[in-house]
Every structure is written in structure tokens, then in C-alpha cells.
Design a protein around this ligand. Structure first.
Ligand code: AMP
Length: 366
């Protein structure tokens, strides 16, 4: 459906949200303060997002009847995770504006397409190649040399579906570990990057082509899950500028209408390589909720609704710490800390590895 007919969405409109996790929850709260309603569509009952809105559809992503009713009840639709099935996005785009568009989803859903896209517009990535079985994996690793990282091309997150392959490792074992024992699968082999820092940049872009970028931040992982984000990243202004130029180029070339998070590696010789992109709010942008004039969630909702974008300027520096599993038990002591802002996601059970909330610790801007 043509986007121009419905832009900007006036306050009181309803934004559809595919996915019911914490990103949808925080986006719905931001949307509410702009006067919008959010209708959450998710197979999950009582998820973090549905707790904060009265408009909910609990149904599968291929329940066409439920999707038809959902489309009729909303003015535009977005998503809080990029693994929305392509057929669902195609179904919805025939009925209402989908932002970011299905072309952006297509690129970001698949690591091979993502890296092909980057390279087609001269945005550097690590060396990579496709592998579809153990034989092709063996060929690529011979060609690249070790170490390498083998990843599923689709549906991987937080290090899931990833295998580090080092000298002397058995290729067949590595293949089976990634594919869960399947003989053939869609996978990518990446050259191992000996990075000195992981950074990310979040950019918002509107239908009229204007964009706003948050300062690059520095990310630290534990057990493949984001543990802390330092904002801003402790890098030179020149490197920060280069990271921003990359983000703007990617957003423009994919004609983004929404939010895009780009994870990048900074190498020891100060090259920047794009690792991964997500067309939605990102865990590494949670610090913006308390340290910036416009949070990533408000910016996301503004971009989806076709409003003018807000200032991404930060008034404080911040360290965001994820509360994973039992970490959340510290909620009472966090509440007593000066300069700390606690955000909990309303999840009942604190399982290991589960993101339960986060805390933003603020300090004066330097
Ligand atoms: P990803 O799911 O691609 O974000 O990867 C999860 C984490 O694994 C990254 O944040 C990095 O710490 C590490 N990693 C992924 N790809 C590479 C690579 N090509 N070289 C070195 N480390 C990597």
C-alpha cells in the first residue's frame, strides 16, 4: 500500500506491533506518550508488550484470518524482531503501510544477504562465504584459513547457532554443532575478526529522507549476550564520524523508514567492519531512555508514524547494564542508587540467560 496516503499518522492512530517482547513493551510506552495506541500481535500470552496495552491479538504469524482482522484495526504496522516471516510482511503490506518495509526485513533476516548488501554499497564487512554442508565448509575454511566462525544464515541471536572453528578442530563436528545434525543448511562462514572493540550505531530515518543518528556506543558481551553498553564509545571523534557515515549510507541505500541498529567491529588498525544489522530498537540503545532528549523508542515510533524525528543528543553519559536471569534480584538495591534508572520487563520467571530488565547508570556528559 502507498505510504504517502497515511503520513503522518495523527495522534489517536493505532500502530500495529508484531512481536510481544520487551522491545515492543518499551516502544508501546513511548507511543502512548505521543498519543498513539499500540496493538500487539504475538503468539505469546501475557508477554512484556501485551501487559502495557489493551489492544492484543494472540495468534500465529501465519494465521491469515487473524492478520486480516489485525490489519483492519491498525493504521500502520512495525515489528520488534526481524524474524517476522516474509509471507506475513507481504500479506500486511498489501493492506497497510509496513515500516520498515519488507525490503529491509529481507536484507536483515539473512546474514549472507546482509553482507552482500553492505559490500554492494562499499560498506566493509569481514571476509565471508556461503556454506551449505560440511564439504563446502571444509573448502571455505581451507581457503580462508583458521580461525573462522560458522553461523546459521538465519534465525541466530545472542550467539545461538554459532561455532568458532580453530586449528585442529574437526569440520564435520563443527558443521553438526551449527546445524543441529542436519546434513544441509543455509550457513555463513566468516573470517575471525581480532577486534579491539565492538560498537553499535542506531539511526532513525523518515519517509522524507531525513535521518538522526545516536552517538556510537561500546558493547561488552558475556556468554554471547550483551552485558554492558558504554555511551559514548571510548573512540576518537574521527572513528565515531566514520561509524556514523556508514550508518547513514546503509539507511539511505535501503530507504529505511524506521530504526536501524548496526553492530560493528573496530579492528586494532582502526578499520570499521559491519557485523550485523537489526531494523528495530536494539538492546545497545536502551541507554537513550534516560540519557538522551529522545529515546530510541520514541524515535522509532516517530519514524514509523512519519513524524519529524527528535533530537538524539545526549545530556548525560551512561552505562547500561542488562539484568539477566538472577541479576534482577538486585532490583531493590538498584532503586537506592543515585543516578541509576531501573527498567523491568514484567517477565514472571528469571531463567538463566533471560533478559529481565536493565539499569542505566548516568554520569555527567563529558
Ligand atoms: P553476532 O550474532 O553476529 O552478533 O555475534 C555474536 C558475537 O560473536 C559478536 O558480538 C562478537 O563478539 C562475536 N563474533 C561474531 N562474529 C565474529 C567474527 N567474524 N569475528 C570475531 N568475533 C565475532
Amino acid at each position: 500500500m502507498s505510504d504517502s496516503q497515511s503520513l503522518p499518522l495523527p495522534p489517536g492512530s493505532t500502530i500495529g506491533m508484531l512481536g510481544g517482547g520487551q522491545l515492543g513493551r518499551m516502544a508501546a510506552l513511548a507511543a502512548a506518550s505521543l498519543g498513539y495506541k499500540v496493538h500487539v500481535y504475538s503468539p505469546e500470552v501475557d508477554g512484556p508488550a501485551s501487559q502495557v496495552t489493551s489492544l492484543n491479538t494472540v495468534a500465529a504469524y501465519d494465521d491469515w484470518q487473524a492478520l486480516e482482522k489485525f490489519a483492519a484495526a491498525i493504521d500502520a504496522v512495525t515489528y520488534e524482531f526481524e524474524n517476522v516471516p516474509a509471507a506475513t510482511a507481504e500479506f500486511l503490506v498489501k493492506r497497510i503501510p509496513v515500516r520498515p518495509g519488507p525490503n529491509v526485513l529481507r536484507i536483515c533476516q539473512n546474514r549472507l544477504r546482509e553482507k552482500d548488501f553492505c559490500n554492494s554499497i562499499a560498506v566493509p564487512t569481514t571476509r565471508y562465504a556461503e556454506a551449505t554442508n560440511a564439504d563446502s565448509l571444509a573448502r571455505v575454511t581451507r581457503d580462508f584459513g583458521l580461525p573462522c566462525i560458522l553461523k546459521t544464515a538465519e534465525f541466530g541471536y545472542d550467539g545461538k547457532g554459532q561455532v568458532f572453528i580453530s586449528y585442529g578442530d574437526d569440520i564435520e563436528t563443527a558443521w553438526n554443532a551449527m546445524s543441529g545434525g542436519k546434513e544441509t543448511a543455509a550457513a555463513i562462514v566468516e573470517g575471525f575478526v581480532d577486534f579491539r572493540m565492538e560498537i553499535s550505531v542506531i539511526i532513525a530515518r523518515n519517509g522524507d529522507g531525513s535521518s538522526e543518528c545516536y552517538v556510537p556506543v561500546e558493547n561488552h558481551h558475556k556468554n554471547h549476550i550483551l552485558d554492558q553498553t558504554h555511551a559514548p564509545a571510548r573512540i576518537t571523534a574521527e572513528l565515531a564520524d566514520r561509524a556514523e557515515v556508514i550508518a547513514r549510507r546503509l539507511a539511505e541505500e535501503m530507504d529505511l523508514q524506521g530504526l536501524l541498529a548496526i553492530e560493528m567491529f573496530v579492528t586494532s588498525d582502526d578499520h570499521i567492519l559491519v557485523n550485523e544489522m537489526a531494523p528495530r530498537p536494539h538492546n545497545s540503545g536502551h541507554w537513550t531512555m534516560d540519557a538522551c532528549i529522545t529515546s530510541q523508542f520514541e524515535q522509532f515510533m516517530r519514524a514509523v508514524a512519519g513524524l519529524s524525528l527528535g533530537s538524539p543528543d545526549r545530556h548525560s553519559n551512561a552505562v547500561m547494564k542488562n539484568l539477566i536471569g538472577d541479576d534482577v534480584d538486585a532490583w531493590q538495591s538498584i532503586l537506592t542508587e543515585p543516578g541509576a534508572k531501573l527498567h523491568l520487563y514484567g517477565k514472571a520467571e528469571a531463567r538463566p540467560g533471560r533478559k529481565m530488565g536493565h539499569v542505566n547508570r548516568l554520569s555527567p556528559k563529558i
